[in-house]
Write a new protein. Structure first.
Length: 138
């Protein structure tokens, strides 16, 4: 991309940031709509898991050179991966358990799971953006 003008590259970076903001906003809107449309606020329990999801990564992974997807060399990295996987599984399991107990309806379940997958897509976009040189501070 050496022959591409700088303003085109800046526009592409702005577009990717806008896409990331739209994805996160859509996930939040779906989360709130799943509760508000059906006048049942039990699906907000998944927000607890959304808050807990990045905590092990922030506390145990640190800023070392190892990646989340690389082979771990320490037990703390293994604990981090386990707790992150537990939180991600809980984000999917809570709405399914609530539907199984007939606490929420099918529409709320679909919105909750859609919200989760939109958040996952936003995280993957962020990880891709952080690999680029302009966003290496993240």
């Amino acid at each position: 991309m050496a022959d591409v003008p700088g303003y085109v590259i800046a526009c592409l970076h702005t577009g990717s940031l806008a896409l990331l903001a739209i994805l996160v906003s859509a996930g939040i809107v779906l989360q709130i709509l799943a509760c508000a449309l059906y006048d049942n606020w039990w699906p907000m329990l998944t927000v607890i898991m959304y808050v807990l999801l990045p905590m092990p990564l922030m506390f145990f992974m640190g800023s070392g050179t190892s990646s989340f997807f690389s082979e771990s060399e320490s037990s703390w990295e293994d604990v981090t991966k386990f707790l992150t996987g537990f939180s991600a599984t809980g984000s999917i399991a809570i709405p399914i358990i609530l539907k199984h107990a007939d606490v929420i309806g099918w529409g709320a379940l679909i919105m909750e799971l859609s919200s989760f997958f939109i958040f996952v897509l936003a995280i993957l976009c962020f990880m891709q953006m952080s690999k680029e040189s302009e966003y290496s501070a993240f």
